[in-house]
Design a protein around this ligand. Sequence first.
Ligand SMILES: [Zn+2]
Length: 74
Amino acid sequence: MRRVFAYEVLKCSKCGGPMRLIATIHDRETIRTILTAAGLPADPPPKASARQLSQDDFDFDDTPPDEDDNWEAA
Ligand SMILES: [Zn+2]
């Protein structure tokens, strides 16, 4: 989090003091209960469908080169 978002998770956002990890919660229902009690969303946001990318038309010059064109190095 610190490296990617420049956010220090173990630093109190209110007073700037150090915080320490006291537990990790892995049980899905416990996480849901805690988040719901805190008024936070317990479900991930819905996945957006992949958007269709349009293929740009390239403006190539299809005319054949003149025979007078000299591509040889001088
Ligand atoms: Zn604090």
